[in-house]
Design a protein around this ligand. Structure first.
Ligand SMILES: Nc1ncnc2c1ncn2[C@@H]1O[C@H](COP(=O)(O)OP(=O)(O)OP(=O)(O)O)[C@@H](O)[C@H]1O
Length: 289
């Protein structure tokens, strides 16, 4: 079996709370993604999905454990990983084509040969066409709809041919109709591209429709709750969402997410009840003395 493209090994990340005391957002998190695998990450709000993605991107540092891409530990951002966020990160003063032409790829390869540059430009051109952006090539970002802007962001993240594409709620701000179009575009894109994807979303239906595997994270601290293999090949159409097996799987994953938050809610309730009991017995003792 070949080595995983991405491996997350015993990863923990602590942040400082409002009281100045560090608290673990992620703890002992293990997961892998193989070559050309599409892995969706879901879980309750605040369970650390974005933190995990930022760590893989090298935008943040692990407190413990290690993340490897093709066996190499991640120590910072690199051209082997492209990232797409919920909000567009296009340069507003550049056209679509200029945004595609000037990502870090060319900057990193200041010594690039003319052959490399021309390969790079023809890849930009191919992505422009594949993402249906040819007719807006000379438009500026503020002249585009949110969906079109996200197409440019995805194309730009792929221009440098990254081994891994990281997407953090890329369609979270789009309307339902545009999301569906984007889902089919992403399926088409992944049939053509040989990249591995880690995709964070709140939308379980979106996760199942796009992914080979869906990983559910549990909160406090963030860790893997369950892993769900998606039994359908990549040639998917919107009708799949109405299939009984699809609906059942969606129910199972939603139930897992609810279970992880129920445990959390119970613990919070218990802690607040304990605190209240302690406070009232202290008040009682004060009253007696
Ligand atoms: N830089 C930071 N400093 C302190 N706390 C942080 C920082 N970044 C994230 N957190 C906290 O870490 C926890 C996890 O945040 P994260 O954004 O990774 O969760 P998430 O699962 O992506 O949430 P959502 O689904 O709501 O986007 C939250 O409690 C958040 O407040």
């Amino acid at each position: 079996m070949s080595a995983p493209r991405v491996s997350v090994e015993g990863v923990g990340r602590d942040y400082e709370g409002r009281d100045g005391v560090p608290f673990p957002v992620l703890k002992g998190l293990d997961m892998v993604a193989s070559d050309h695998e599409f892995v969706a990450i879901v879980g309750a709000s605040g369970c650390g999905k974005s933190t995990l993605l930022r760590l893989v991107a090298g935008l943040d540092e692990v407190t413990e454990g290690v993340i490897r891409v093709d066996g190499r530990p991640v120590t910072g951002p690199g051209p082997d990983r492209g990232m797409v966020f919920q909000q567009s990160t296009l340069f507003p003063w550049l056209t679509v084509w200029q945004n595609l032409r000037f990502p870090r790829g060319l900057a990193v390869h200041a010594e690039a040969t003319s052959r490399e540059v021309s390969e790079y430009l023809s890849r930009s051109e191919a992505l422009l066409n594949m993402m249906g952006l040819a007719r807006v090539r000379d438009s500026y970002p503020n002249q585009l709809s949110g969906g079109m802007q996200q197409r440019v962001n995805i194309a730009r993240a792929l221009v440098a041919n990254p081994a891994v594409l990281l997407m953090d709620e890329p369609f979270g701000a789009l309307d339902a109709q545009t999301r569906e179009t984007m889902h089919d575009l992403v399926l088409h894109l992944f049939a053509a591209e040989k990249t591995t994807a880690l995709f964070v979303t709140h939308d379980v239906e979106e996760a199942i429709y796009l992914a080979d595997r869906v990983i559910v994270l549990a909160p406090n601290p963030g860790r893997v709750d369950s892993v769900h293999s998606i039994p359908w090949g990549r040639a998917r159409t919107q009708d799949l969402k109405l299939d009984g097996a699809f609906v059942r799987l969606k129910g199972e994953i939603l139930a897992r997410i609810r279970a992880t938050t129920a445990v959390h809610a119970d613990r919070e309730l218990l802690e607040s009840m304990t605190a209240r009991t302690r406070a009232s017995s202290l008040a009682e003792e004060k009253g007696k003395s």
